[in-house]
Design a protein around this ligand. Structure first.
Ligand code: NDP
Length: 312
């Protein structure tokens, strides 16, 4: 059976940065990239807010650069998924999608998160044809058009505000009679002239011949004044939160009520000694590439300290 000192699961900014630091610390890390090599940023066009790229960088390119940088110091970067883990006894064991079992002295979980969808069949039907879960990635295609953003949290407000700078009109489809977002974010969207908030409204479906041309929505469903109508839009943006990819670890690792991995204290340690977490899988709040990269570095340094204490 293969034995590794430091196994990293996931290949977003957190995973690759952990691999970079762990390889430079001579931990000979092995990284499993998972189903979507490069993670969420490979779905993006230009990343403008990662320090060090004054003119922005293509999301795919940035992930290839991070991968290359980790490989330069000897990180063993593998395609494939980890499908099972056993953290009940040391060394921990993980199983790959090829059925191989690996023993790991320490593990860094950097499996990220995925955007939530409403679960409507039309979201799949119009994927890439008017439906998006990332305004900053796809907003550009909707310049001077009419779009809707679903959600009433900080992300929805931020995305609506961003889109308002590009689009003719932005509707926010909010299921409650109020926004959940922070006061500052609420003020921002309320003050934008081309944002209209549709409270107590839910989406029933989408329509259109060639891509999205509108949404079927319902106002105050189940109430005496319930009203169903069609809202003409060119783009439909989901901003209803993210689901952390933590299900694989739930039997061993403490998760919060949303499924995010709980960290023990100041560092990236989980409740299982030697198992660390980094990036969006343990971050219900910021969900930013630069922060994921930073926590990836922290997790590798924590793994190094843990292994050195064990004399490994
Ligand atoms: P939130 O969970 O805060 O908000 C999700 C929103 O989507 C809520 O309005 C919720 O409605 C709505 N929603 C959820 N499911 C559905 C559904 N099935 N149908 C319709 N609406 C739905 O997620 P965010 O992504 O906005 O934020 C996550 C975290 O990140 C928060 O802590 C936030 O503060 C933070 N954040 C901070 C930012 C900043 O400070 N600049 C920017 C972005 C995020 P309801 O209210 O009814 O539950």
């Amino acid at each position: 059976m293969e034995y590794v000192k430091c196994l990293i699961i996931g290949s977003g900014p957190a995973g690759y940065t952990a691999a970079l630091y762990a390889s430079r610390a001579n931990l000979n890390p092995v990284l499993y990239a998972g189903l979507q090599t490069g993670g969420q940023l490979t779905q993006t066009t230009i990343v403008d807010n990662f320090p060090g790229y004054p003119n922005g960088v293509d999301g795919n390119q940035m992930m290839m650069d991070l991968r290359e940088q980790a490989a330069r110091f000897g990180a063993d970067l593998r395609d494939g998924e980890i499908t099972k883990v056993d953290f009940s006894r040391k060394p921990y064991t993980v199983t790959t999608d090829h059925g191989e079992t690996i023993e790991a002295e320490s593990v860094i979980i950097a499996t990220g998160a995925t955007a939530k969808y409403l679960g409507l069949p039309d979201e799949k039907k119009y994927a890439g044809q008017g439906v998006s879960a990332c305004a900053t990635c796809d907003g550009f295609f909707y310049r001077k058009k009419v779009v809707a953003v679903v959600g009433g949290g900080d992300t929805a407000c931020e995305e609506a505000h961003y889109l308002a700078g590009l689009c003719k009109k932005v509707y926010m489809i909010v299921r409650k009679p109020y926004l959940r977002a922070s006061a500052a974010m609420q003020k921002r969207v309320e003050e934008a002239e081309n944002i209209e908030i549709l409270y107590e409204t839910n989406t029933l479906g989408l329509y259109g011949e060639n891509g999205v041309e509108g949404a079927h929505v319902v106002y105050r469903k189940g109430e005496s004044d319930e009203r169903t109508y069609d809202l003409p839009i060119d783009g439909f943006f989901l901003a209803i939160g993210h689901t952390p990819q933590s299900a694989l670890f739930k039997d061993f690792i403490t998760l919060d009520e949303q499924g995010f991995i709980c960290l023990k204290g100041q560092n990236q340690a989980t409740n299982v000694p030697g198992v660390f977490a980094a990036g969006d899988v343990c971050d219900p709040h910021y969900q930013q590439a630069i922060i994921a990269a930073g926590t990836g570095a922290k997790a590798a340094l924590d793994a190094q300290a843990y292994l050195s204490e064990l004399g490994k």
